[in-house]
Design a binder for this molecule. Structure first.
Ligand code: KG4
Ligand code: ZN
Length: 325
């Protein structure tokens, strides 16, 4: 078995996965959303302290599997340095105590392997990663053969939902609240500009849209919020839709996936399904409970590294704010 730890942002999670069958045996996550909600976003120092409390509690429940562990996998990049270090330090202590090797896992590769927690892996696959920290399109041919072909120049897709929710005083995380509010609103009431529309480059941008929404919120009262949420969500997704449509002209997808916390968004899923239809390309999604940050996906990616003998010496296991992707 492999034990995996995730602490890159505001979720403390540990999983145990059977190596031979890739079957998830145990997973527990303690989220800090309520603690960060009153600040309208993640406060790194607070997150770090909460990980230090939550991770040992979850680890206690994993004791029965300690004798069967062959490695400890841990997210070491990308993320907040002060929160990553909580998981990495625990992994190092466990490695020493149990005399097992360590495996550093890139969080983004974890999100990609969330697709294969309950299903066998299939390649090649074009992946749209939409989370609080990232918005990018990755051509995935194998664990070690991944190329980012489009990325955001500023804010991320999920982050823009968080910021719009904050403007309206709706708390954190913003994604689910905005999606729910948008169901009651008119997506055509506010004609927010589609980002980078006149620029041909294959890239994303959310800061301009965010500012346009800010101006609307300043002039609105609460009865307008559902329409603002619906119009914002529509344009945020329309931007992804148009850039992907352009990319597909030269790179038609064989199969496509959406991963990351914001892949839970139903409106996004529907629009991407529509975009894929003419290509006959299937849309792959992770089980809903593994869209947001979790340790099951880190364990799943960790097994791939384990099978390739890709261990990291404790002294070489560093926390890095940026991904290799
Ligand atoms: O992957 P994740 O749990 O953490 C990061 O690695 O960043 O993603 C969290 C992000 C947050 O920005 C949250 O607002 C967004 O995903 N999110 C959503 C939805 N659910 C979560 N964004 C849009 N619609 C949703 N339904
Ligand atoms: Zn994530």
């Amino acid at each position: 078995m492999i034990l995996s730890i995730e602490s890159s942002c505001d979720d403390s999670a540990i999983a145990v996965t059977e190596i031979a069958t890739k079957r998830l045996i145990f997973h527990k996550k303690i989220s800090q959303e309520i603690e960060h909600a009153r600040y309208g976003g993640v406060v790194p120092e607070l997150a770090s302290r909460l990980h230090a409390e939550a991770l040992p509690k979850i680890l206690e429940a994993c004791r029965p599997w300690f004798p069967a562990l062959k490695a400890v996998a841990v997210t070491n990049a990308p993320g907040l340095s002060v929160t990553l270090v909580e998981g990495v330090t625990m992994a190092k202590a466990l490695g020493l105590a149990l005399n097992v090797p360590l495996i550093g896992v890139d969080h983004l590769k974890g999100h990609i392997y969330s697709l294969f927690i309950e299903k066998p892996a299939v390649f090649p696959i074009t992946v749209l990663l939409v989370s609080g920290g990232h918005t990018q399109v990755i051509e995935v041919r194998d664990l070690d053969d991944m190329t980012t072909v489009m990325r955001t120049m500023d804010d991320s897709f999920g982050e823009s939902f968080d910021k719009v929710a904050k403007m309206m005083g709706l708390g954190y995380p913003g994604g689910p609240v905005i999606e729910t509010l948008a169901k009651r609103g008119d997506p055509n009431r506010y004609a927010f500009p589609v980002p980078l529309q006149k620029r041909g480059e294959l890239a994303f941008s959310y800061s301009g849209l965010k500012n346009a929404v800010r101006l609307a919120v300043e002039e609105a009262d609460e009865t307008d919020y559902p329409d603002i949420a619906a119009s914002f969500q529509h344009i945020a997704v329309e931007h992804l839709y148009r850039k992907l449509r352009k990319y597909f002209k030269t790179h038609p997808p064989k199969r496509f996936a959406i991963v990351g916390g914001a892949s839970a968004n139903g409106y996004l899923r529907g629009r991407i399904e529509e975009l894929l239809r003419p290509f006959g390309a299937p849309l792959l999604l992770a089980p809903l409970e593994y869209c947001a940050d979790n340790a099951a996906m880190i364990g799943r990616a960790g097994i791939e590294l384990f099978e390739r003998g890709r261990f990291t010496a404790p002294g070489a296991l560093h926390c890095a704010p940026k991904s290799e992707l």
